[in-house]
Write a protein that binds this ligand. Structure first.
Ligand SMILES: [Zn+2]
Length: 770
């Protein structure tokens, strides 16, 4: 499909005149619809309209949401899942291009408007599929005693016989071989590297052996390279991926656990978006600001060869390691009665080498975008997204999400066609390409449209893939916490067992499995990195929701993550056994959230809650951090003074928010009396929409990463999967600890003041006059 920029399709932003009449007609039509539904005795209408003589505007919205939920069908999700996971579809390949067009077709057939693709030219990476990567161990006499196959075997031929499906590789690994002694470094976290040093083992010139888990693999390799490793091997520990044992009856396809030769693939890029076009979109017609050499020098791309291996190959390496035993919390299990040792080197003089074939190539990727245009506020965007590129078949990651999103689109269009419903605000459907390589499709999109998004985007709602089958799990920013909780109460629990125990909704199991006991609500964190919501929040200041289904086990993620065994078979039978009921519930929750944000007269954003989180959680955390700085008494007083001023501003925000709450009540009331006049509503919503933007510092909060621009929430430097709070202040404190100068002290105070400036921005945004 031809490229058409979003800007080219801008519709009128006028909210006066015709829309007022339309609002009235829509409400009148919805009322008629509600009465018809009630008369027909449709399931959801009974639940929500038992007192339909008192139908309010909000009730009408709820009724439509019930109809959309009923329209989401598992047969369709299955059908889409089959289509999207037929072949291995890594980003930049013909197979993945085909998936992009299949998504566009599905959305167009459903009736979405302006479905088109948005292309970018980006740096990707591939192995040599004719020449598998390998680990070779040779005896001291030079005889080969072990060689890994480098290719995982097909277990279910009907589902996994695609060409090159089994290849074990990591994107952006350095090309070449490395022969050296091996050192074991547990999970390769910052602490692990620190402890290894304390134990007197040097990684310089060695091959680093690390297990998966406890953080993003790219960060592990980044640290290993910084510490002087010349190659690295990542292995899956059965402690994480085969907890019932490694025998065939205990692993895939009998159970959900990783089979013997299963290997997790993934990207090693340290940072998000195209490596050669930081902060700007990677369009054909635009200049690329960085070279490959610079990307390597900057540590964005690794230079050393890296291989992922199975626990079976991990065993071959670990059983030979010499040196003293690793600490007890570094011990795992890969087979046999083995104590993991630190190395360096092997007991009997054997030598290990890794051979990695890896090529960097500029390829075209394509995001897919489609719309349901809002009837009242077409330029307010409720954005739903999921990526579609996969390491192999991707039937869990990401196409469980892709299939559900297509069904949400279809169910919404069916509702529009069969009822009088049309969303008041525009719902935008996004399918991202090359997420797996480093959130590339979404990051390039946000970089290209950041100014438009900052004006139009209300919220970005991400669902990458289902990760378990027990409970809903939601990460979001404080102003949206109430909205995500309320929506979870509107969706039926997919588990029959849970329903029979009285837990009727998603909320009930969520609250049971992941409770925040002190707050009396489910535990909700601010999203870190690891999926496509990150650039929306961290670069553009768009509030985000990232949700999934999880298990309350010790899994970092599900055991078959990024393997060739994520095929529809494994998905249906291993992660969602009751006729894809979890997939369906995910679709219903996604639709419920979208509907809420699209139709609520006042946007469901709670600044009062945000202010109290600031006062009760963030500021006490900051206070603790500050009290740990090693400074003179008078210098500490200077920091404390600025902290006190920040506290005062946060208190002002709470007062202002409470006052604004009154404005909201008044506006809601006057709108219900006179829906002909939405201008007060628009004014209130504009302010709510702008609050998160206050925290974007265009200069960036992190010196070495200007794309991290959110003053409060950043992707953590040490683990890209988690988030860090007030990174600017934290970085200034870290620098001061290393080099305590007067300038460094001023920078700490300056960074606290920048947070304060952002808080004051919210106060001013909510105020009637400036
Ligand atoms: Zn994913």
């Amino acid at each position: 499909m031809p490229y058409v920029g979003v800007g080219a399709q801008t519709v009128s932003t006028s909210l006066t005149g015709a829309p007022m009449v339309k609002a009235y007609i829509a409400i009148a039509a919805s009322l008629i619809f509600v009465f018809c539904i009630a008369a027909l005795g449709v399931h959801h209408s009974e639940r929500k309209f038992n007192k339909f003589n008192k139908v309010s505007i909000d009730d009408i919205h709820k009724s439509d949401a019930g109809v959309i939920q009923d329209n989401i069908k598992t047969e369709n999700i299955k059908k889409y899942l089959r289509i999207f996971t037929k072949d291995p579809h890594v980003a930049g390949t013909e197979a993945n291009k085909k998936v992009a067009y299949e998504i566009a077709n599905a959305w167009s057939e459903a009736g979405l408007e302006d479905v088109h693709t948005l292309p970018y030219e980006v740096l990707l990476s591939y192995p040599d599929f004719e020449n598998p990567n390998s680990v070779i161990i040779k005896s001291s006499a030079g005889k080969e005693v072990f060689k890994s196959k480098g290719v995982s075997p097909v277990i279910i031929p009907d589902e996994q016989s695609g060409k090159y499906a089994g290849h074990q590789w990591l994107a952006y690994a350095g090309n070449g071989s490395a022969s050296a002694d091996v050192v074991y470094i547990n999970h390769g976290t910052a602490n692990d590297f620190k402890n290894l040093k304390l134990m007197g083992v040097d990684i310089k010139g060695k091959i680093a052996l690390m297990r998966y888990g406890h953080g993003f693999r790219g960060d592990k390799i980044h640290k290993a390279q910084q510490a002087g490793a010349i190659g690295a091997i990542l292995f899956s520990d059965t402690q994480d991926v085969a907890q019932d044992g490694v025998e065939s009856e205990n692993v895939y396809p009998k159970k959900i656990w990783m089979p013997n030769e299963g290997v997790q693939r993934g990207s090693l890029m340290h940072g998000d978006g195209d490596a050669l076009s930081p902060y700007y979109p990677s369009k054909k017609e635009l200049f690329k600001g960085r070279t490959i050499e610079e990307a390597k020098e900057d540590g964005v791309l690794p230079s050393i060869p890296v291989l992922p291996v199975s626990y079976t190959t991990g065993y071959e390496i670990l059983k030979r390691l010499s040196g003293r035993p690793a600490p007890s919390d570094w011990q795992g299990f890969v087979g046999g009665n083995l104590t993991y040792k630190l190395g360096p080197g092997f007991v009997n003089g054997e030598k290990l080498s890794i051979n990695v074939h890896s090529e960097l190539r500029t390829k075209r990727i394509r995001n897919v975008i489609g719309y349901i245009r809002g009837s009242e506020e077409p330029d307010s965007y409720i954005m739903l997204g999921n990526h579609f590129d996969a390491w192999v078949y991707g039937s869990i990651d990401p196409n469980s999400g892709t299939a559900v999103l297509a069904e949400v689109a279809r169910a919404m269009m069916q509702t529009i066609n069969e009822t009088s419903w049309k969303p008041a605000r525009t719902i935008v459907f996004n399918a991202w390409d090359a997420e797996e390589f480093g959130l590339i499709g979404s990051t390039e999109f946000v970089e290209e449209f950041v100014n438009i998004l900052q004006k139009r985007a209300v919220v970005y709602i991400n669902m990458d893939c289902i990760q378990g089958n027990i409970s809903l799990h939601v990460d979001t920013v404080p102003i949206l916490e109430h909205a995500v909780i309320e929506a979870s109460k509107q969706v039926e629990n997919p588990s029959k067992r849970e329903r029979s125990r009285g837990r009727k909704t998603l909320y009930d199991t969520w609250m049971k499995v992941f409770p925040d006991k002190k707050a009396g609500v489910p535990k909700i964190r601010v999203p870190g990195g690891g999926s496509d919501h990150a650039p929306f929040l961290n670069f553009a200041g768009v509030p985000v929701i990232n949700f999934t289904f999880k298990n309350y086990t010790t899994w970092d993620t599900y055991p078959l993550y990024h393997t060739m065994y994520e095929t529809p078979f494994s998905n249906i039978h291993l992660l969602d056994t009751d006729n894809l009921s979890v997939h369906k519930a995910i679709g219903q929750y996604w639709a419920e959230l979208a509907k809420t944000f699209a139709d609520d007269v006042i946007l469901p954003m709670n600044t009062t809650h945000f202010a109290s989180v600031m006062l009760k959680t963030y500021l006490p955390q900051l206070k603790t951090t500050i009290s740990g700085i090693n400074v003179s008494r008078s210098d500490f007083e200077d920091i404390r003074t600025q902290y006190a001023l920040l506290s005062k501003s946060a208190q002002d925000l709470l007062t202002m928010s409470k006052k604004f709450q009154e404005t909201i009540h008044f506006t809601q009331h006057s709108f219900s009396q006179n829906p002909y006049d939405p201008k007060h509503v628009n004014a209130v919503n504009e302010r709510l929409k702008s609050t998160e933007r206050c925290f974007i510092n265009p200069r960036g909060v992190s010196m070495h990463n200007p794309s991290a621009r959110h003053v409060l929430f950043s992707v953590s430097d040490s683990d890209s999967y988690s988030s860090s709070l007030m990174a600017g202040v934290q970085n200034a404190i870290n620098s001061y600890d290393l080099n305590p100068t007067k300038k460094g002290l001023r920078e700490i105070i300056n960074q606290i003041s920048i947070v304060q400036y952002s808080v004051i921005c919210v106060v001013n945004t909510l105020r009637d006059v400036i």
